[in-house]
Write a protein that binds this ligand. Structure first.
Ligand SMILES: Nc1ncnc2c1ncn2[C@@H]1O[C@H](COP(=O)(O)OP(=O)(O)O)[C@@H](O)[C@H]1O
Ligand SMILES: [Mg+2]
Length: 350
């Protein structure tokens, strides 16, 4: 992998000079270890670093290397030391936004976007002002789940992007800016900049909650994103079986490392509810979410059952819990109300 990484590094562009980072002498070495570490020279701000990291990851994933299969180290960076620990937290908050909540998972496919969308909608239906940002730059799916496939008309006023509004939510996704079939490699250079813009150059207005759908996994991308903004904390989504819990446990550990509080665990697909007979069965085993919560000193915010109509709604671009009258989805609606209430009371008690 070291050789592969070395080869692709020469194709990465310095966003400031538009020359390759090897020409600009920014590439220092690749350190071998449990995960290879790409050592680069820090010659720009955090945004600049993220843009370069994103290019490397995008090129790497085209070579079949997992985007979180290696790490980055920026030398000459100013030492990031805070009172709380060795890694600095950005102390920027988004004007007008009361609570920022990151939704995270150890791996993809566990329902992170489903939880982001339905939690956002439930909070909105409880009378809160809610924004939803799809920061899953590698697989943005919030747009599609809300019936906003592909590029969207984005309004810019006074240099600020106006979020797209649908179902009473203010929305932003990377997928709104690019065509669905655009190869991911083109996105790389835009990523770091885009995400920071989504947070700070947006006209979010007054929000009670900004929900951020983070990319799955426990790599630097997730951390950088979570650290770009001062979050209230992260909600970890997992499925109940022990293999999934291992990944989720790693996600918890990652946030703890940088002092981002864990607000709680959501166990998704906790039971399968048959749409014909209404009977629940525990196809992915039982009790994982509460075990994870206990072992990580956090709380189980709630359990969401696996319901076929919930998936079907998302496929149609509808929010399952939004003004839903389908009785099959009622258990999902109830679950999200429970989760939203728990989350709100958790935040009020902090
Ligand atoms: N509780 C659920 N009931 C039915 N389908 C679900 C449920 N949770 C997730 N899904 C479906 O599973 C797939 C993966 O979920 P998604 O939220 O996209 O996962 P992630 O964002 O973690 O990759 C989607 O098709 C989604 O509609
Ligand atoms: Mg997703």
């Amino acid at each position: 992998m070291k050789q592969q990484l070395e080869n692709l590094i020469s194709r990465v562009q310095n966003p400031l000079t538009h020359k390759s980072i090897t020409d600009d002498k920014l590439f220092i070495a690749i350190e071998e270890g449990e995960k290879p570490v790409v050592v680069l020279k820090a010659a720009g701000d955090k945004k600049w670093q993220l843009a370069i990291e994103a290019q490397v990851r995008t090129l790497a994933s085209k070579e079949g290397i997992a985007p979180d299969g290696f790490k980055f180290k920026w030398s000459d960076a100013k030492p990031e030391v805070t009172k709380q620990g060795p890694v600095a937290k950005p102390q920027r908050s988004i004007p007008g936004v009361k609570h920022v909540i990151a939704i995270a998972s150890g791996k993809g496919g566990v329902g992170k976007s489903t939880v982001s969308v339905n939690l956002a909608s439930t909070l909105q239906q409880m009378g809160k002002k809610v924004g939803l940002m799809d920061a899953d730059i590698y697989g943005p799916s919030v747009g599609k789940m809300l019936g906003l496939s592909g590029r969207q008309q984005i309004d810019v006023k006074n240099d600020r992007i106006t979020p797209v509004e649908k179902y009473g939510l203010k929305l932003m996704s990377f997928s709104f800016l690019v065509d669905d079939n655009q190869p991911i490699v083109w996105r790389g250079p835009m990523l770091g900049k885009a995400v920071e813009q989504f947070l700070y150059d947006m006209n979010w207005g007054e929000l009670d909650f900004l929900i951020i759908d983070l990319p799955p996994g426990t790599g630097d991308t997730q951390l950088s994103l979570a650290q770009l903004v001062q979050t209230d904390g992260a909600v970890i989504v997992t499925t109940p079986q022990s293999v999934a819990l291992l990944d989720a446990g790693r996600a918890v550990a990652m946030f703890e490392q940088v002092n981002i509080p864990i607000l709680g665990v959501v166990e998704n697909m906790s039971e399968f509810i048959c749409s014909h007979c209404g009977k629940p069965s525990h196809i992915f085993s039982k009790g994982g979410g509460s075990r994870l919560a206990a072992s990580t000193d956090s709380v189980l915010l709630g359990q969401v059952p696996l319901v076929e109509d919930c998936m079907a709604a998302a496929e149609k671009g509808e929010i399952p819990v939004y003004k839903n009258k389908n009785k099959n989805i009622k258990p999902v609606v109830d679950a999200f109300e429970h989760i939203a209430r728990n989350l709100v009371s958790k935040l009020e008690n902090v």
